[in-house]
Design a protein around this ligand. Structure first.
Ligand SMILES: Cc1ncc(COP(=O)(O)O)c(C=O)c1O
Length: 392
C-alpha cells in the first residue's frame, strides 16, 4: 500500500540527539498538539505542564520571563508585547468603574495618556501628584484608591520618587503599589524588596538593549492579581512574538555588563558637560547638585542610571537645531536604553502635546535634551557633545 505520510502537513520531528542546545531554541509554533482530549483537559487544569495556543503562552516568552524574574529576585512574571501592554494590563486587568488611581505627574507620556484619557472614559478616577514626597502621594489617596503607579526616576527631569516611603505608609490598606522599573532596572532598584505589589518594565529599553524588539514585563505579588492580569493579557491579545522574546533573552545575557558601562559613561559625561560654558545645567540623580541626590542615594544604592539631561544656555529652537545637527554621530531618536547613545528633545517629542508654559513649569525649555548614554568610548561621547554645545 502506498505510504502517503509525506503528503501530510506535519513536521517529521527533530533528529534524536544525546546532547542539548546551549541557547534557548526559537519556537514560533502558534499551536501545540496534545496527545488526547484527556491530556488537553489536564493541561488547561494545570495537572500537567504544556503549551496550547501561543496567545496564551509560549516557550520563548516563558524563558524570557524566568530570566527577568531572576534579575528582580521574584517569580511568576509575564512577558507582554510592549511596555505599554504591561502598564495597561497592570491597570486594566484589575481596575473597575468607580475605582481611583494615584500616579506620579511625570510618568512616561503614554502612561499619562492612559491615566488622563482612557481610565476616566471607563469611569475610573485619577489623581496625579508630585511623587518626590510620599506625603503628596498619601494626601491624594481616597477610600476608593486601588492603585498607586510610580516610576523611580522620572522622564526627562530625572526626579526621584519616594517609593520606599509610599510602600511603607500604605501597608495593609489594600492598595496595589505599581512600580515601572524601566529607567532604573533591577540592577539599581528591586521594587519587590521595598514592598511594591506589581512591577512593570518596558523590556524594549535597557533589558533587551539593542533597539530591535518591542516587549514588556509585568509581575504581581498576589496570586489572584497575577491571575487576573494574565487572563486580561490573554483575552486582549497582549502576547509577545517568540522571535522578539528570543532576541531579548540574548540581549539580557549582557545586560549587567551593558548597564554598568553605560552608567559609568553617564557619570563621566554628566561631570564633563557640567563645566561646559554653553550648558546651563546638567541633571543626573547621583550628582551632588541634583535636587533629589539624597533620595537617589538612598533608593538606588550603589548604581544610578544611564540617563543624563542637559539644558543649553541658549534656550531657543535655533540652538536646539544646531546642537542636534552638530552631534551628527549620535542618533537623534526618542528612545532609551540602546547600546548606542541616543539624544531626545522632549519639547518636540515626548512633551510636544504640552503648551510652552506647561513645559516650562516642568523645567523643559527648547534647550532641554535627554541623553540615554550607551556603551561607547566615553571620551568620544564627551568630545561629540562638547563640540556640539560649543557650536550652538
Ligand atoms: C518608563 C517607561 N515605561 C513604559 C514605556 C513603554 O514601553 P514600550 O515602548 O515598550 O511600549 C516606556 C517607553 O519609553 C518608558 O520609558
Amino acid at each position: 500500500m502506498k505510504n502517503d505520510k509525506s503528503n501530510l502537513m506535519r513536521p517529521f520531528g527533530l533528529p534524536q540527539s544525546a546532547s542539548t542546545p546551549v541557547v534557548t531554541p526559537l519556537s514560533p509554533s502558534v499551536v501545540y498538539a496534545s496527545a488526547s482530549p484527556d491530556m488537553l483537559d489536564a493541561q488547561y487544569e494545570g495537572g500537567v505542564a504544556g503549551f496550547t495556543y501561543a496567545r496564551e503562552g509560549h516557550p520563548n516568552a516563558h524563558a524570557l520571563a524566568k530570566r527577568i524574574d531572576a534579575l528582580e529576585g521574584i517569580d511568576g512574571g509575564l512577558v507582554t508585547g510592549s511596555g505599554m501592554a504591561a502598564v495597561s494590563a497592570a491597570l486594566l486587568g484589575i481596575l473597575k468603574t468607580g475605582d481611583h488611581v494615584v500616579a506620579g505627574d511625570q510618568l512616561y507620556g503614554r502612561s499619562l495618556r492612559l491615566l488622563k484619557e482612557d481610565l476616566p472614559r471607563l469611569g475610573i478616577e485619577v489623581s496625579l501628584c508630585d511623587a518626590t514626597r510620599a506625603d503628596n502621594v498619601l494626601a491624594a489617596l481616597r477610600p476608593n484608591t486601588k492603585i498607586i503607579l510610580l516610576e523611580a526616576v522620572s522622564n526627562p527631569t530625572l526626579r526621584v520618587a519616594d517609593i520606599a516611603g509610599v510602600a511603607a505608609s500604605i501597608k495593609g490598606k489594600g492598595i496595589q503599589l505599581v512600580v515601572d522599573n524601566t529607567f532604573t532596572t533591577p540592577l539599581s532598584l528591586k521594587p519587590a524588596e521595598l514592598g511594591a505589589d506589581i512591577i512593570v518594565h518596558s523590556v524594549t529599553k535597557l533589558l533587551a538593549g539593542h533597539s530591535d524588539v518591542t516587549l514588556g514585563y509585568v509581575w504581581a505579588r498576589k496570586k489572584d492579581i497575577s491571575h487576573a492580569i494574565n487572563v486580561f493579557c490573554v483575552t486582549t491579545g497582549m502576547t509577545p512574538s517568540p522571535f522578539d522574546c528570543w532576541l531579548a533573552e540574548r540581549g539580557l545575557l549582557t545586560f549587567p555588563l551593558r548597564f554598568e558601562k553605560a552608567e559609568q559613561n553617564a557619570v563621566r559625561l554628566a561631570d564633563a558637560l557640567a563645566s561646559h560654558p554653553k550648558i546651563a545645567r546638567v541633571l543626573y540623580p547621583m550628582r551632588e547638585d541634583h535636587p533629589d541626590v539624597d533620595a537617589a542615594k538612598r533608593l538606588l544604592g550603589k548604581h544610578g542610571c544611564n540617563m543624563v539631561s542637559i539644558e543649553l544656555s541658549d534656550q531657543s529652537r535655533g540652538a536646539a537645531n544646531r546642537f542636534v545637527e552638530h552631534a551628527r554621530e549620535i542618533a537623534f531618536a526618542p528612545t532609551l536604553g540602546d547600546v548606542g547613545t541616543t539624544l531626545s528633545h522632549p519639547a518636540s517629542s515626548s512633551h510636544r502635546a504640552l503648551s510652552a508654559n506647561e513645559r516650562m513649569a516642568l523645567g523643559i525649555s527648547e534647550g532641554f535634551f535627554r541623553i540615554s548614554v550607551g556603551i561607547e568610548d566615553v571620551d568620544a561621547l564627551i568630545r561629540v557633545f562638547s563640540d556640539a554645545a560649543s557650536l550652538t
